[in-house]
Design a protein around this ligand. Structure first.
Ligand code: NAP
Length: 291
């Protein structure tokens, strides 16, 4: 069994981006500028946004954090989005999800300029992804593709079972694994809460990608010997053993599943660190496609 080290791969990618930023500067070009809009004070979102700002600093990007109060109306947020669309100094931006309940997320996503939508959530970018045209891939699936690529994990002709069909992880992941590309070229089964007898599917899988948010859901008796297991789930659970009083659990019962796997991602330190690296890769793409 080989552990897939997302922390290391993400750090390698940030180093590669830093070199490219230095090259841009050497050619007299402006450095990439990524903005993030954060509405309200959701704890997880604040942590995530702070990590993005830090990663921008590390690679030499400019970054702007736009903080808006929880009470911001949909109209006010749309005005901010229009401002960012029109601001030529900002190459790319994201609106941190989830948004407060009174704001229609889809409406906001559709108002972002597709050229600046480095989250890859705009329907135009999702369509391009499905058609295998150049575009921004959604950050978490893009990160998983990078892990498979950089560990030289063969995917062609393999049976991949994706569990979970969210717009940000499961659904795009199933599209990417089925595309005619490398990694890709899998035969894909997409499972969700209405799937009958999930175990019958997972036992046939060469590659399992699980994104549920249900701690330790995937157990050893659901996994074929030698399978590749990618665990996207991150759930914070109370723990008496840690100083902080909590620990992070993935969707895989790691201790019993790992010995059966050829490759497996840990939680934390697997898929998690890749998401920000992917976002910065997309931001660099936004700049390079203008140059
Ligand atoms: P989500 O929107 O809640 O979607 C969960 C999916 O799981 C849904 O499609 C649901 O099916 C399916 N599901 C629920 N119970 C099931 C069951 N018993 N059997 C089969 N399918 C079932 O979740 P998400 O946003 O994709 O996130 C999933 C997990 O990944 C969370 O723990 C999240 O924190 C984590 N995550 C991590 C990263 C990262 O590492 N950077 C990024 C994003 C998400 P239905 O569609 O039928 O309801």
């Amino acid at each position: 069994m080989q552990l897939i080290d997302g922390k290391k791969i993400s750090s390698d990618i940030l180093d590669e981006i830093m070199i490219q930023v230095k090259e841009l500067q050497a050619r007299g070009k402006k450095v990439p500028h990524l903005a993030t809009v954060l509405v309200g004070d959701d704890g997880a979102s604040q942590t995530y946004v702070a990590a993005k700002v830090k990663a921008c600093e590390r690679v030499g990007f400019e970054s702007t954090l736009v903080r808006l109060p929880e009470s911001t109306s949909e109209q006010e947020l749309l005005e901010k989005v229009n401002e960012l669309n029109a601001n030529s100094a900002i190459d790319a931006y994201i609106v941190q999800m989830p948004l407060p309940k009174h704001i229609n997320e889809q409406k906001i996503i559709e108002s972002i300029f597709p050229q600046k939508d480095v989250d890859g959530f705009h329907p135009q970018n999702v369509g391009k992804m499905a058609l295998n045209l150049p575009t921004y891939l959604p950050a978490t699936p893009y990160g998983i593709i990078q892990l498979l690529k950089r560990y030289n994990i063969s995917t062609e002709g393999k049976h991949c079972v994706v569990i979970g069909r969210s717009n940000i992880v499961g659904s795009p992941m199933s599209i990417l694994m089925a595309r005619n590309s490398n990694p890709g070229n899998c035969t894909v089964t997409l499972c969700h809460s209405k799937t009958v007898n999930l175990k019958e599917h997972t036992l046939l899988a060469d590659i399992i990608i699980i994104a549920l948010g249900r701690p330790e859901f995937l157990t050893a008796n659901m996994v074929k010997q030698g399978a590749v297991v990618i665990d996207v789930g991150i759930t914070r659970v109370a723990s008496a053993q840690t100083k902080s009083g909590f620990k992070l659990l993935g969707d895989v019962k790691f201790d019993e599943v790992a010995p059966k796997c050829s490759y497996i991602t840990p939680v934390p330190g697997g898929v998690g660190p890749m998401t920000i690296a992917s976002l910065l890769m997309n931001t660099l793409l936004a700049v390079n496609s203008k140059n």
